[in-house]
Design a protein. Structure first.
Length: 324
């Protein structure tokens, strides 16, 4: 497409851009999006921005009544609907996917937005470590089941995090059965899994024009770190600041929710999907590889884009969900 038919392509977006900046001048009437975790935080803002530009949104949430209350200010009318599913329960994910498949309506993009962060150790009813189950395996099962609903040329956006830099996936012990549990290491592994999932999903489905990318939305104040006390959250921010300063990096900046949703909608609507497919995106751009061991540096570590690692994770994920 040319800049004359899509005005916002002529603009340059970055860390300060908002979701509305990215979508300026676009009419999304007739476009349809599935968003997990659409009732709060970045997911809610993503839904709001897409609806404001004419799109239809299906929000995948744990509780519809609570979601409707949270989203009562959205101007979507009957263009905003809900499907109930809990990403920490494979039974619930499959029931939600079956409901979507039964309805049969197609999607232009699937946005895997929901997540939990640094939770106390817990196993789900399926016997899986909670963060890996909620952040990765639930989305893995949902998106691979609903992939037939994606239009040819559709997009998949998977929210990862700067925290992927903390740890690669551990395919030998994904559920912390043989090692001490560390909540932030578990979170980092799940966010690396999100990026690797996008790599392999992209490889498997690009033949019909479907492209997938992972997104670092940026740090912002949402309810994601709800398992941190105020002192713990302050300590984390100080640790991040010191690590960046020691590496000669500028201080990390907090984004508003509107800014944090920008890269998601950029990936789902605006970005050249052939250039962004299979890549890790941040600040409305394809992120370069940066393998410095500093966990709070910018950009993406190469292990999060490794094609062979991505295939191995897919196979391991299939084995983990089978029979559960």
């Amino acid at each position: 497409m040319t800049a004359t038919t899509t005005p916002s392509l002529a603009r340059t977006f970055g860390a300060q851009s908002t979701a509305d900046d990215v979508l300026a001048g676009r009419d999304l009437t007739g476009r349809r999006f599935l968003i997990t975790g659409a009732a709060s935080g970045i997911g809610l803002e993503t839904a709001r921005a897409l609806l404001a530009h004419g799109a239809s949104v299906v929000g995948a949430v744990r509780g519809i009544a609570r979601a409707e209350a949270a989203a009562s200010t959205l101007q979507g009318g009957n263009r905003l609907t809900w499907v109930e599913l809990d990403l920490a329960s494979l039974h619930s994910v499959r029931a939600g996917a079956d409901a979507l498949l039964s309805a049969g309506a197609r999607f232009d993009a699937l946005i895997a937005n929901a997540g939990v962060m640094a939770t106390p150790f817990r196993r789900t009813a399926d016997g899986l470590e909670l963060q890996f189950a909620s952040n990765h395996l639930g989305h893995f099962e949902l998106l691979r089941r609903t992939e037939p609903l994606l239009v040819d040329g559709g997009r998949v956006v998977v929210l990862s995090s700067q925290a992927h830099r903390v740890a690669d996936v551990d395919l030998g012990d994904p559920n912390f059965e043989r090692q001490p549990y560390d909540p932030f290491v578990a979170y980092g592994r799940s966010k690396t899994a999100n990026a690797l999932f996008a790599v392999e999903f992209d490889r498997r489905h690009r033949g019909r024009g479907v492209r997938a990318a992972s997104v670092m939305p940026g740090n912002s104040f949402t309810n994601l770190p709800r398992h941190f006390s105020q002192d713990e959250l302050q300590g984390l921010m100080e640790t991040v600041g010191k690590a960046r300063a020691d590496a000669g990096l500028p201080p990390g900046e907090l984004k508003t929710i509107e800014q944090a949703a920008a890269t998601t909608v950029w990936a789902a609507v605006v970005a050249d999907k052939d250039a962004s497919g299979g890549r890790y995106l941040e600040d409305c751009a394809v992120a370069p590889v940066n393998d410095t061991p500093n966990p709070f540096a910018d950009s993406v570590r190469s292990y999060a884009l490794d094609a062979e690692r991505a295939r191995q994770l897919w196979d391991a994920s299939e084995a983990l969900v089978a029979g559960r």
